[in-house]
Design a protein around this ligand. Structure first.
Ligand SMILES: [Zn+2]
Length: 109
């Protein structure tokens, strides 16, 4: 054995990979005590919650998406562990879940 570490001499950065956990949340979401409203289309429900690393994002059917600091990863884990899924790419996840904007304005009754 030597101390030679081949990786040390070839500092190739890790590919930008991260797992996305996405969980639909059809009902209103009121982490702050008031329902979250989409800043783009004013929708008040039918969200997709995204957990990327330690941040939780909210995504609307219109494809608007924003970081929601009131939704912690702990909140995500506590409420939405059962149906979580993972995708390798963000685009795959959005298309699979119908949150790529094609269903903007759709109201599910
Ligand atoms: Zn929207």
């Amino acid at each position: 054995m030597t101390d030679y570490d081949p990786d040390f001499h070839t500092p190739v950065p890790e590919p930008h990979r991260f797992a996305i956990r996405a969980v639909p949340h059809p009902a209103e979401l009121d982490a702050r005590g008031i329902p979250i409203t989409c800043p783009n289309c004013r929708a008040r429900r039918d969200w997709l919650l995204l957990n990327v690393r330690h941040q939780v994002f909210v995504r609307c059917r219109c494809a608007a998406e924003w970081h929601e600091p009131d939704l912690s990863r702990a909140y995500f884990d506590q409420h939405f562990t059962e149906s979580e899924r993972e995708w390798e790419s963000f685009g795959d996840a959005m298309t699979a879940l119908g949150f790529d904007g094609l269903l903007a304005g759709t109201v599910w009754n």
